[in-house]
Design a protein around this ligand. Sequence first.
Ligand code: LMR
Length: 282
Amino acid sequence: MFVSSLQDCALPLLREVIPTDKVEVGFKDLDAAILVGSMPRKEGMERKDLLKANVAIFKTQGEALEKYAKKTVKVLVVGNPANTNCLIASKSAPSIPKENFSCLTRLDHNRARSQVAMRVGVPSDCVKNVIIWGNHSSTQYPDVHHAIVNNHGKEMSAFDAVNDESWLKGDFITTVQQRGAAVIKARKLSSAMSAAKAICDHMRDIWFGTPDGEWVSMGIYSTGNSYGVPNDLMYSFPVMIKNKTWKVVDGLAINDFSRGKMDGTAAELVDERDTALTFLGA
Ligand code: LMR
């Protein structure tokens, strides 16, 4: 079914589909890896149990990348908890640069863009430079303080275009934060089409770069950033990409409102990481 769906897309780059459950086949000489499979949370399961199961999965996949993939491989982790799974995979593949690993927050980025666009009554490509900070979880911070809206031909800040600060600082944020859970509640399954579209957006931008003057959100390895985000996390930042290399957009002003939310989601990631690391050696 999956094989035939891929064939039916008539994708010009699709040469062959090789179904396998062997890591030495699946990970051999990879240029790109999209790690979508993880253990979903089941009823009655503690967050810790979920992390333990996923550490085992992403440790195995990281080790397989280390052993079989090209050292230039670009790895995108989608399976939740995506940020911490990505960190575990990268720690399990020490000879692959940490910069080659990222996790998906483009879905949240697209959700934020679309919410603002609908509110203003413009197409979503008239909204740019939203930011998702932090974890792909309900603590993430969708930030529109630097977003620009082309409001029927006139460029303005998102705050001016929306003209409803309490919505932007309230329901807008919670809608984006809770969107994944709302989709699961409605269809008893995770988002599918929007996630697939976000994966394509993310990978296309890694390969071909971001448009001039525009950034996108990606969960990337935090090391020595100017936003006071703790090191050694996979944290979502605004990035610009050129020549398959991302760079965090530096120097954006951060007010107290944003600071609190950025720190809150970082604290959750520190906690996830510390719990996951206790399982890594086990
Ligand atoms: C989403 O954001 O739609 C998904 O990551 C939700 C989930 O937990 O699968």
